[in-house]
Design a protein around this ligand. Structure first.
Ligand code: EPS
Length: 387
């Protein structure tokens, strides 16, 4: 299974082509639109989210509500395109239009300068339009298709915000349903009401000051069978793939699985999870510090992955940069942006993890049609309980 995305932040549309989804999967537009809507929300989002109402169109691979096994093409139109038609035109435009919204003062922390040098672009808009986090719309759309496949096997994915700036949420013992309910009602997707309030205040202050904030998000996957991924080859290791998926989200700078970096300071006896066996359930672990992965394969315990998002590099009170025309010091270009997109990023993180788990499922249970895949998974689950 694979996918690619295409599209610029202010181009006419965003596109994703997915290949390898088994046929006969019930396909819900509402489910995709629900996920797209979740990504648009969150305290700290900028004005662009008031312009867009992201809605998916499906132009291939689905017929009468079911996948056919052919590539699935998803499209989300950019409403903002109407304001950018000349600036983003694919055909040549008069010189005065060419210069409109040209970017010559790269933003520290963004792709602008490195991309411009690499691709020989004197207008850094040609870089920022594609490096923009607008692209995460398609990650969420693709992830929503993956979720529909996972739901056939009782696999569920949820996410929440653990930290924004210096405000850290208290841990709570919650079921996945409770966690989903609470985060859905929280403007910052946080399970701790005290932290939620402080996070919102912090975001308001950052906005007033023309600054931005990062944070930490956590994704939990429940219902995964034992043995997805593999220890035998580097590019089949599931923990490595999950790490790549998280690190591929715009502005993410770090990733942890299970207790992650905390393991460095603990003895082995406090890091590894004791194994137990119970009648009718089979093998499990007494704790889940490994975050559901041992030897790069799933243990059957919930998968727990965290990612660190840096503060968005577009600042309303910009840092100093250099104008590439004059080489003089100048404040960086101001592009419209969010002061904090960590709550939205937690939805994106869920989506990219859902995709990787769906891909691992399709590798473990390769089938052209969903019916075969369901039968294979059921048989395998019965086997793991007997083992
Ligand atoms: C985003 C759309 C973008 C930004 C943001 C995320 O739209 P615009 O540039 O028109 O405001 O709001 O992207 C960034 C902050 C960034 O640095 O790339 C979206 O759809 O999530």
């Amino acid at each position: 299974m694979r996918y690619i995305t295409a599209g610029e932040s202010h181009g006419p549309q965003l596109t994703a082509i997915i290949e390898g989804i088994p046929s006969n999967l019930p396909f819900s537009f509402d489910e995709i639109n629900k996920q797209l809507h979740r990504r648009q929300k969150g305290h700290g989002r900028g004005r662009r989210m008031q312009i867009e109402k992201d809605t998916v169109q499906v132009v291939s691979g689905v017929r009468h509500g079911y996948t056919t096994g052919a590539p699935v093409t998803l499209v989300v139109e950019n409403n903002d395109w109407t304001h950018w038609q000349k600036i983003m035109s694919a055909t040549p435009v008069p010189e005065e239009d060419e210069a409109r919204r040209r970017v010559s003062r790269p933003r520290p922390g963004h792709a602008d300068l490195n991309g411009a040098i690499k691709y020989h672009q004197r207008d850094m808009r040609n870089i920022l339009e594609r490096s923009s986090a607008r692209e995460t719309t398609m990650r969420v759309a693709v992830g929503a298709v993956a979720r529909q496949l996972l739901s056939q096997f009782g696999i569920r994915v949820a996410g929440h915000v653990k930290q924004i700036g210096q405000v850290v949420a208290q841990e709570r013992e919650l079921s996945l349903d409770e966690l989903m309910q609470i985060t859905e009602d929280s403007p910052v997707r946080c399970i701790d009401p005290d932290a939620e309030k402080k996070m919102m205040e912090l975001i308001d202050r950052a906005k007033e000051e023309g600054d931005s904030l990062g944070g930490i998000v956590e994704v939990i996957v429940e219902g995964v069978p034992i043995g997805l991924g593999s220890h035998v080859q580097w590019d089949r290791k599931l923990d490595a793939r999950l790490a790549q998926a998280i690190m591929s989200i715009q502005a993410f700078k770090g990733v942890e699985i299970g207790i992650g970096f905390e393991a460095a300071g603990l003895p082995g006896s406090q890091v590894h999870d004791e194994i137990e066996w119970t009648e009718g359930k089979g093998y499990s672990r007494k704790t889940n510090r490994a975050g559901g992965l041992e030897g790069s394969m799933t243990t059957g315990m919930p998968i727990v992955v965290r990612g660190v998002m840096k503060p968005i590099p577009t600042l309303y009170k910009p840092l100093m940069s250099v104008d590439i025309d004059t080489k003089e010091p100048f404040a960086a270009t101001i592009e419209r942006s969010d002061s904090c997109a960590v709550p939205a990023a937690s939805v994106v993180a869920e989506a990219v993890i859902a995709w990787e788990i769906a891909r691992a499922m399709c590798e473990k249970f390769p089938s052209d049609a969903l019916d075969d895949m369901v039968a294979n998974v059921e048989e395998y689950r019965a086997y793991t309980e007997r083992f």
